[in-house]
Design a protein around this ligand. Structure first.
Ligand code: UDP
Length: 361
């Protein structure tokens, strides 16, 4: 049997492409996913205590791209949430990313915005060429900020120091000399009001789309012929590790539910760069706005193996990924798209944009 379009992976990349093929081209699409659910790593669900949690860790949607926001808004209303993060440093919970409030609270100062700008310039060290994530911080805020906020968090998360990672990793985090303590400053921010999974149900709800869950591409590839394949899983797996394995980071979650309190912590996420073995604690009620007299938190432990959540942006993996990408260019009817298939640390909105811009020939 020849299937017109196959999409492997029902996350953002795969689901959006499936919808476009079904709607814009009126073509049949078979979406397969190895998981027992749609929505990829944006999947969310109610736990046994009725608290809505994100199965693969906190996903906060943020974008400056109106086209991206409007497209998703066809399938969901939004809970207009703005993420705030505190970092547990020297026994205090300090606003992260670095802002006027961070410097004033950490060093017990009362500086104005301009004075914090000057303070940061005094701490910053000149670096001719920014080659690593360590260079990013040292050149913007100096050694003490680097040691307290970034060095050990990064090691916990990646088993690598910032000096071993591409500048893009820590460039995700802004340095501000104003009083804005939000984690993101994008124009559009929020979470799907009924959850991500419900939004994906609507995106995939089209008579041309058929979904097969619990199905591993490698197990069925020999029995299926297709005109066009859109692959969103790990690119090294697709090629059966021809150029060796790429590394990924996984996360183990330790959940705890409190029945006698409305909230556990002040904000959605508290980072723990230097204390304990977990990287951060997220309390989902802050993110989802759920009104319920219990609360569930998740402590995140970064892992070298398991379900792939993150690509690893160091030199070795990036070179290997480039080999795969070059090799993949010879494919005429296979498109690789998404964080795992392109081996890029994309945010959700970047994937949405890529999926919407992809030419469907
Ligand atoms: N980071 C850090 N300290 C923090 C927060 C982030 O060192 O308190 C670094 C760390 O290397 C992390 C990266 O910045 O992996 C990106 O952080 P982000 O919050 O964007 O990570 P994600 O939410 O994607 O896990």
């Amino acid at each position: 049997m020849i299937i017109k379009n196959i999409v492997v992976g029902a996350g953002f990349a795969g689901s959006l492409i499936a919808r476009r093929l079904a709607e814009e081209k009126n073509e049949k699409v078979l979406v397969i996913d190895k998981h027992n659910h749609i929505a990829g790593h944006a999947h969310d669900q109610y736990n046994e205590y009725g608290v809505l949690i994100h199965t693969y860790g906190p996903h906060i949607f943020h974008t400056n791209n109106k086209k991206v926001w409007d497209w998703l808004s066809r399938f969901t209303d939004w809970y207009l949430y703005q993420h705030r993060v505190l970092s547990y440093i020297d026994g205090m919970k300090i606003p992260m990313p670095i802002s006027v409030e961070t410097i004033n609270q950490l060093y017990n100062l009362n500086l104005s915005s301009d004075e914090v700008g000057e303070w940061l310039e005094e701490q910053a060290e000149h670096i001719d060429e920014i080659k690593t994530s360590e260079d990013v911080v040292i050149s913007k805020a100096g050694k003490d900020i680097y040691e307290k906020f970034f060095k050990n968090y990064t090691y916990k998360q990646w088993e690598r120091y910032p000096s071993e990672l591409d500048p893009s990793v820590i460039k995700r985090i802004p340095f501000r000399n104003n009083r804005d303590t939000r984690y993101f400053t994008d124009k559009y921010q929020g979470l799907p009001k009924q959850g991500y999974t419900k939004m994906f149900e609507k995106i995939l709800d089209h008579p041309n789309i058929h979904i097969m869950l619990n199905t591993n591409w490698l197990d069925i590839r020999d029995q299926i012929k297709f005109d066009k394949l859109y692959f969103t899983g790990p690119i090294d797996l697709y090629y059966e590790y021809k150029f060796g394995e790429l590394e990924y980071r996984s996360v183990r979650f330790e959940y705890e539910t409190f029945f006698n309190k409305e909230f556990y912590q002040e904000v959605g996420t508290v980072n723990y760069p230097n204390d304990y073995d977990f990287t951060r604690i997220t309390e989902y009620k802050h993110l989802t706005g759920q009104d319920i007299p219990r609360t569930t938190i998740a402590r995140e432990y970064s892992m070298a193996h398991g379900e792939p959540f993150y690509i690893v942006p160091d030199k070795e993996n990036q070179e290997k990924a480039e080999q795969y990408r070059q090799y993949a260019q010879k494919e005429k009817n296979v498109t690789f798209i998404g964080r795992l298939a392109e081996y890029k640390y994309y945010n959700m909105d970047q994937i949405v944009d890529r999926a919407l811009e992809l030419p469907l020939d």
